[in-house]
Design a protein around this ligand. Sequence first.
Ligand SMILES: [Zn+2]
Length: 320
Amino acid sequence: MNKKKNIVTNPNLAEYCEKFANLNISNSSKKGKAPYKPVLLLSVIDLINQGVIKENQILVSDDLLDTFKKYWKVLSPNYKGGLHYPFFHLQNEGFWNLKLKPDFNGLQPKSTNKLKQAVEYATLDHELFDLIKNPHHRQELIDTLISVWFATSQKQLEDILDVNRSLNDASLEESDINIEDENLSPKFNWSKSLVRSAFFRKAVVHNYDYKCVFCQLKVTRSITQRIVDGAHIKPFAMFYDNSINNGISLCKNHHWAFDLGVFTITDQYKIMITDDLSEESPNNRPMQDFNGESILLPKSAQYFPSQAALKWHRENVFRK
Ligand SMILES: [Zn+2]
């Protein structure tokens, strides 16, 4: 009996995370690993998120070149980078397919211009493209790329903070221009960058050893962790401030409570709970019980939450 082997399982999120975590990255002898492919994927996901890339036909466009260059400058400043390299070689990973021009000579393009002459466009597996269009799934894919390729547990906090700082600065420099341009053309916008917010969260939770500063809950997973959030003290949507001192790490419950002003933090770094709260918590310690206790603080005072930001939260968010 001829048993035809055509069981093609629909690759799910876990499988693509696995593929993203196991990209074949060139090891350029002395220099170590240059993360061309992860930077290209981060750029593409971010452009899809911002609506600059709308269809599953990824052109060698100025938007892509520009975005790749910006990320490369921050994420891999010690290497020379060119889009032509990963755009062509990502096809070896199995989910990135190239539509080549009919007169393509078969040689690996050595420059961006040569790449444009060789390739019409690239497409992602349609399952992957659908995953990226889903806000939760694309976040997971980005977190995977960053955890594996840019901020592994071996990396020092300083490295993550450097990247976070550079992304914050780049974004502040551009924020004036982008706000005016927004309605004119769908260009990549730093302040909406998913990679930037992923690095902020990473820096903040790392700064607090992956624990909630309120209840000290800590849950970690092998590749990404999701229980503890890097939360903004002054809201990002108002201040665009992704500096480490504007962040504290909070579990989902306490993030929600902090954003709603159920509790705030004093200038002595103590928890202050609103009187305007009625809670029943038969199995956990109620929030009121934490009133007056110190929050968890980072080891180094330079990374403590900013006094000005905490004051702003007490005056504008806290339910007095
Ligand atoms: Zn908590």
